[in-house]
Design a protein around this ligand. Structure first.
Ligand code: WQD
Length: 343
């Protein structure tokens, strides 16, 4: 039996894509999700892609009992921890909800792992821990100045894991700081479909292209960037997923804790994304440049050289591929995992 990897939040956008990469690498993913921000129908889609139906366990990382049951029932080799809330704006309005889910949940998970003798953990962190970086590309050594409760929850868990490793040097921990995950699996069967109005650029552009939204509001056209719009490091979700498998492989080789940026090392502006998506979809993306969004930084993109040196990983998919894969998913699933209304 191939080694079981517990994937908390495994029914979510990045979690589900990581389950595909895990299966392709010979692991058996175990999905553990409370489905507060994920659709159970993703499991059937994963069955089609992977060739067998992954185990999906409804549970909450804040529940020790839920976790103990999993460790009792399955021989878990390692854990990839995605489960958590991830909307910056929501975190400002509901900090306690974010500290409860993201920080307390991570502590309970680590306690359950310690009790079960499972010492391999890949943690889903975020470039948001950097806040407004002094310069780009951003190395892992850059100052961490998270500027919102969501970013602070990620930074707090990073420090908790550092203390945990100091107390338990046999642990194998990878902290992965994502930049801007976008795109979808090439099959078009799984992808991103946030509930309600998308906060993030790519799903919003995708919904304009498919006719769900009328127009994109470009948040700011007067930044000190080549075309005045915000610049980010968009990274294909399947590159990100493969990065998690590479981190697991690294952990199997030796104990230790590593903190790594997962990004392409390239910046792209909002207008670059619009043009790329128009090429991918053949649709015109209606947009209007408006005021800046509070809290946004002008530009940030990763220095991914440490991830390449440590894991042998690098992002390979281009922005055009990210947009083409997003479009294929959105066109086939205009309502996400909801059955599409008969046309
Ligand atoms: C990208 C660019 C916007 C929407 C966020 C989180 C971060 C991470 C990734 C979890 C910016 C512009 C956006 C729109 C726009 N998530 N934009 N119109 O803010 O870089 O990062 O998602 O870890 O934590 O902060 O991503 O996609 O929201 O914005 O013009 O309707 O697109 O101003 O320049 P962001 P984003």
């Amino acid at each position: 039996m191939s080694p079981h990897i517990l994937v908390t939040g495994g029914a979510g956008f990045i979690g589900s894509h990581t389950c595909v990469a895990l299966a392709a690498a010979g692991y058996t993913p175990l999905i553990f999700d409370n489905f507060c921000n994920a659709d159970p129908r993703v499991v059937e889609r994963l069955e089609t892609i992977i060739g067998n139906k992954p185990v999906a366990i409804q549970g909450d990382v804040r529940s020790r009992a839920d976790l103990d049951r999993v460790f009792e029932q399955y021989r878990v080799q390692g854990v990839i921890h995605f489960a958590g809330l991830k909307a910056v704006g929501d975190s400002v309005a509901d900090p306690l909800g974010y500290y409860d889910n993201n920080v307390a949940g991570s502590v309970v998970l680590a306690q359950a792992m310690l009790a079960a003798g499972v010492d391999t953990l890949v943690f889903s962190s975020s470039a948001t821990v950097y806040g407004d970086p002094d310069q780009s590309p951003v190395p892992e050594s850059a100052a961490c100045r998270p500027a919102n409760p969501y970013g602070r929850t990620k930074r707090m868990v990073e420090e908790i894991l550092s203390d945990l490793h100091h107390a338990n040097p046999s642990w194998r921990i990878s902290v992965l700081r994502y930049f801007n995950p976008v795109g979808a699996h090439e099959s078009g069967l799984i992808g991103e479909h946030p509930r309600g109005k998308p906060n993030n650029l790519m799903p919003f552009v995708s919904q304009v292209a498919v006719g769900l939204r009328d127009k994109l509001a470009v948040h700011g056209g007067d930044y000190p960037t080549p075309d005045g719009t915000g610049v980010r490091d968009y990274v294909h979700v399947m590159d990100l997923a493969e990065g998690h498998v590479a981190a697991l492989r690294h952990s199997e080789r030796q104990p230790g804790i590593v903190t790594l940026n997962l990004g392409t090392g390239q910046g792209a502006s909002v207008l670059d994304v619009i043009k790329s998506f128009e090429r991918a979809s053949g649709k015109s993306i209606a947009h209007e440049i408006g005021p800046r969004r509070p809290g946004d930084v002008a530009a940030n993109w990763a220095d991914p050289t440490l991830a390449t040196a440590t894991l042998g990983w690098r992002a390979t998919r281009t922005l055009d591929q990210m947009c083409a894969d997003s479009w294929r998913w959105q066109q086939a699933n205009p309502n996400g995992y909801e059955p599409s209304a008969a046309r």
